[in-house]
Each structure stands twice: as structure tokens, then as C-alpha cells.
Design a protein around this ligand. Structure first.
Ligand code: SF4
Ligand code: SF4
Length: 343
């Protein structure tokens, strides 16, 4: 895998990184071993967050003795200095390291978030001190909201921006990354596979390879996945006309109103399993009717608890009309069961 500079972070990373969310699904030693194997395959950029369960612990264990070889990134959801300091200390401990190469403010999407971070008792002054003390090499942020992301970019403070980018959410380039590029920032693509929505890894990575200034960090949960991604980078070819046609067909099939599974809509006080209800959008194209019933029945049963308070829709960074979509999906689900004699 080729290495490249990550914008003006001062870091050198592989052209594709290792996203640490799926480590939470693995056992401790299994997760650590996967991290070791990924280094063996050539991955030199690892991204996690203190919010991702025990991902940092597994990554730290896996990187023992290998730490100097990789660029390590993590994140804090804290907006105030005291909490950010605690999070940084815990990340250093869990990751078994003395320094974080790229420390990111996690999901800087909410209105007023940047102002809170920059306040005298906010996270930013504390993180700058940590950088001066050598605990952090570069500071960046992730976001799901293009307006807030552009505001953070325009502050001129951050060295990198992490945003969802794939061939379905391709407008992220114009909405966010182009502004970051103009400032020489490191550009990091989260959800390169649409958060698991997009099954064609070959199309996803060929699309991203056409944007070499953007470094994707796919979540990886097995050696086979890591090898597939490595192979797609080592044996790259440009998008063919057939690829372009396939991408157009997938975009048209998904439409604009699809759930990105970020779970920011949760919790629902009425116990509605929103992201699991939304999954029906894609499940019906992938699994057998019996499997879909097994997977979806429990989530669909929670839809009737919705009192349409609208709080979930306010929290959704993609502005999805959640209550309305759930009603529609529930109706489609009922029709689907009836069509397949499963009512
Ligand atoms: S609108 Fe329905 S699903 Fe959304 S938070 Fe309110 S009760 Fe829950
Ligand atoms: S409905 Fe919105 S907030 Fe909830 S998981 Fe989907 S995209 Fe995220």
C-alpha cells in the first residue's frame, strides 16, 4: 500500500486506513490479533474513538511493539476541557501509548458545539496544551453535519476533517472536503462502504481511489476483509463504464432518503428501535423473506410505540423525516410479509 501525507497534519499514513468500530464485535485477543495482522498486511493508519466500546483496548494490545510503525488516531466526544482531559488520559492508557498522532473532536455536528469547544474552559485550550506537551501530534475533527463541518474548517484551527464519503454520499466532496482541501487539511472518509449499506467493496474503493487526497478508514472486522481491501489497492484499476453504470443503478435504487446507521437519533424514550426499523430499507434486497422476518419483526413491533414527538428527527444529522419514514417502512414490511405468505 502506498503512503501519503495526511494534509498538513504532518503525518504520513497509508492510502487506506483501518477503522476500529468493528473491533467491538470481536474478543479481546481476536481483535488484537486482527490489528497485528493488518499491520502485517501493510496498514499503517489506525482510527478509533473512546466511544467505540473496548476498541481502543484491543487496538492498544494489538499495536504493542508496533506502535512506532503506525499513525494512530482517536477521538473524544467531550466539549469541555475537564472531560476532554479525562478522555485523553484514558485513551493513552487503553491504547498503551505516550502520544496520539491525530486526536479528533468526535462528531462536531451540533449547533454551538464549536463555540463550546473554543470557550476558555472548553476542550480546545486543554487539547492545545496537550499538543504542546507532546501527547498529541495533530488535532482534527469528525462531523456528520456539512454546515458545522464547514464552520470548523473555516475556523482554521484543525489539521484534518473526517466526513462520510462514498459513491452514494459523493456530494460530501463539494459540501465539505473542497473547503478542507483549500486549507491544506487532511481529508478522511468515514463510511467508505456506506456504513455497511454498500456491498460492492470493489466499486466503493475504485470510486475513492479517484480521490487520492481523501484517505478512507473502512471498519474492518476480519482478516479476509483486510486482505480484500489491501488487494483492491495493490491491484487497482480505474472505474470502467460498467462500474459507472452499476454505481448509478445503486444510487437510483437507494435514493436520497436512506439511513446511515449513525444512531444519533437514539435513544427514543418510547423504545422505538429506529435504526433497526430503517434497516428494512436495505434488508429486503439482500436476504430471504424468512430471514427478513426474523431480523425485523422485533424492531417493527416497536413502531407502534412512536408518539411522533419528533426528537429523533431533530437529532438526525441527515435530516431524515424519521417518524414518516418509519410509518412507510412499516407499511412496506406488512405488504412484504403478505406477499410472501408470512403474515
Ligand atoms: S418521534 Fe417516535 S421514534 Fe422519534 S423519538 Fe419520538 S417517539 Fe421516538
Ligand atoms: S435515522 Fe438518522 S440519526 Fe438515526 S441512524 Fe439513521 S441516519 Fe442516523
Amino acid at each position: 500500500m502506498q503512503q501519503r501525507r495526511l494534509g498538513n497534519t504532518g503525518l504520513t499514513v497509508t492510502e487506506v486506513g483501518f477503522g476500529g468500530i468493528p473491533l467491538t464485535r470481536l474478543g479481546l485477543e481476536e481483535g488484537a490479533e486482527l490489528v497485528r495482522q493488518a499491520v502485517g498486511l501493510g496498514f499503517r493508519y489506525f482510527d478509533t474513538a473512546n466511544l467505540y466500546g473496548d476498541s481502543e483496548v484491543k487496538m492498544g494490545l494489538g499495536l504493542m511493539g508496533l506502535r512506532e510503525q503506525v499513525a494512530l488516531a482517536t477521538k473524544t466526544r467531550a466539549r469541555d476541557g475537564d472531560t476532554a482531559a479525562r478522555h485523553l488520559e484514558k485513551s493513552l492508557q487503553d491504547l498503551r501509548t505516550d502520544w496520539i498522532d491525530l486526536y479528533q473532536l468526535h462528531n462536531l455536528s451540533e449547533a454551538g458545539g464549536l463555540e463550546r469547544v473554543l470557550a476558555p474552559d472548553g476542550a480546545w485550550p486543554m487539547l492545545e496544551r496537550a499538543r504542546e506537551q507532546g501527547m498529541i501530534r495533530a488535532l482534527g475533527f469528525s462531523s456528520h453535519n456539512p454546515d458545522q463541518a464547514r464552520a470548523a474548517i473555516n475556523s482554521g484551527l484543525f489539521a484534518s476533517v473526517q466526513f462520510a464519503f462514498n459513491f452514494v454520499e459523493h456530494d460530501s466532496y463539494q459540501r465539505v472536503f473542497s473547503a478542507g482541501l483549500a486549507r491544506g487539511m487532511g481529508l478522511i472518509a468515514m463510511k467508505p462502504l456506506g456504513g455497511g449499506l454498500l456491498q460492492r467493496a470493489d466499486l466503493c474503493f475504485r470510486f475513492l481511489q479517484a480521490h487520492p487526497e481523501v484517505v478512507p478508514i473502512p471498519g474492518i472486522q476480519s482478516l479476509a476483509e483486510a486482505q480484500e481491501i489491501r488487494d483492491l489497492y495493490e491491484n487497482r484499476r480505474p472505474l470502467s463504464q460498467q462500474d459507472q453504470q452499476d454505481m448509478r443503478a445503486i444510487r437510483a435504487e437507494l435514493g436520497e432518503r436512506f439511513c446511515h446507521r449513525c444512531e444519533y437519533c437514539l435513544p427514543c424514550e418510547q423504545g422505538v428501535a429506529i435504526p433497526n426499523v430503517m434497516l428494512f430499507q436495505t434488508q429486503q434486497r439482500r436476504f430471504s423473506p424468512e430471514m427478513i422476518k426474523n431480523i425485523s419483526s422485533r424492531a417493527m413491533a416497536t413502531v407502534e410505540n412512536c408518539i411522533e414527538c419528533g426528537q429523533c428527527a431533530e437529532r438526525c444529522p441527515y435530516d431524515l423525516p424519521i417518524p414518516q419514514m418509519m410509518r412507510e417502512l412499516y407499511q412496506q414490511y406488512e405488504q412484504f410479509l403478505a406477499q410472501h405468505g408470512l403474515s
